[in-house]
Design a protein around this ligand. Structure first.
Ligand code: PMP
Length: 320
């Protein structure tokens, strides 16, 4: 009798379906390399978290899930409210997926030059998309969403990924813990690109808590005009409220050209068809590894591959 009563109760809850989907977020594999790292001494290793293994296809599932859960707990996201935010794509896809599973309406402000694949995915999930001036980049989308929320604050939950501490806390509670456990505490360097900076802030803080000697390295495009989708040139962009440059021990810059070349090498030599910011992370990780080799020092470098290449296949460099 008990079992019979429980089944219809479970089926009525949309959160059962959402829970199954959401339980797939995180605990991503740690990849190693064979050919691209073959010139390094045996005591220097590079590993990368394969974040496309998340159900929405990117690392941003972690942040979006934590932002939504925290807002529900705090009472900021109540039934009937629409979740709004600005996003260059991946966070939007994650909001759209979780929103669909939980029955939360989602409205997103996206720069019009976001890749056509990303826009198609957002439309497929059925969310409302407002395209903003491509020349203003992610900053234009930020300003547009702020204007909307100021007009009718009661209608919306502004997820505000650039300023919401739940963004970096997602990585403090998941990504950082996973890296520590997967390397059995042997990680010496952690490197990640800066978009909202949530990944670097949360993972960096957690790894420093485990071992203050772990070196935290941020990665940025080498110029304001770049092709590294998902990453920000902090000097020329609106600084995210959650960004604290002091979390990183150092910063490295990467060029768009070197990144495109690395994306091809990763696909053709390792079998990893990664997104552009992942290729940039590999360029920077190799730079750190080669520096260590020159100094005769060992190292376990861990970086993040935020997504795979499926959303960037319309870029022309793949056919080189
Ligand atoms: N790479 C890609 C492809 C992204 O979508 C993002 C998020 N904008 C990042 C890197 C940067 O991650 P974070 O926002 O946590 O700094």
């Amino acid at each position: 009798m008990v079992a019979l009563r429980q089944i219809p109760d479970l089926q009525r809850s949309t959160h059962v379906a959402a829970a199954a989907l959401e339980s797939q977020i995180g605990n991503t594999p740690l990849l190693s390399f064979r050919h691209i790292t073959a010139h390094l001494p045996a005591d220097i290793k590079i590993y990368a978290k394969a974040e496309w293994a998340n159900p929405g296809g990117s690392i941003k599932d972690r942040a979006a899930y934590h932002i939504i859960r925290q807002a529900e707990l705090d009472g900021q996201l109540t039934p009937g409210k629409t979740l709004v935010d600005s996003t260059s794509g991946n966070t939007g896809i994650a909001y759209a997926m979780i929103g669909a599973a939980r029955g939360i309406p989602v409205k997103l402000f996206v720069p019009a030059n976001a890749s056509p694949e990303r826009l198609a995915i957002l439309h497929a999930y059925g969310v409302e998309v407002v395209l903003t001036d491509p020349l203003e980049g992610s900053d234009g989308a930020i300003l547009a969403v702020r204007e909307l929320v100021e007009k009718e604050p009661e209608k919306y939950f502004y997820a505000n990924q650039y300023n919401n501490p739940a963004n970096w806390q997602a990585h403090y509670h998941t990504t950082g813990v996973e890296i520590w456990e997967q390397t059995q505490g042997s990680v010496t360097h952690f490197l990640a690109g800066l978009g909202t900076s949530g990944t670097l802030m949360g993972t960096g803080r957690r790894l420093k808590d485990y071992n203050p000697a772990v070196e935290i390295i941020s990665l940025q495009p080498d110029s304001p005009f770049h092709g590294l989708e998902g990453l920000k040139h902090m000097g020329s962009a609106i600084q995210p409220g959650i960004y604290d440059p002091a979390v990183a021990d150092r910063n490295v810059v990467v060029s768009t050209e070197a990144t495109y070349d690395m994306a091809l090498q990763l696909a053709r030599k390792e079998g990893y068809l990664v997104g552009i910011s992942a290729a940039a992370a590999m360029v920077a990780s190799l730079h750190i590894a080669e520096e260590l080799a020159d100094q005769g020092r060992p190292g376990i470098i861990v970086t993040i591959f935020p997504d795979n290449a499926y959303k960037y296949l319309s870029e022309t460099f793949w056919t080189r």
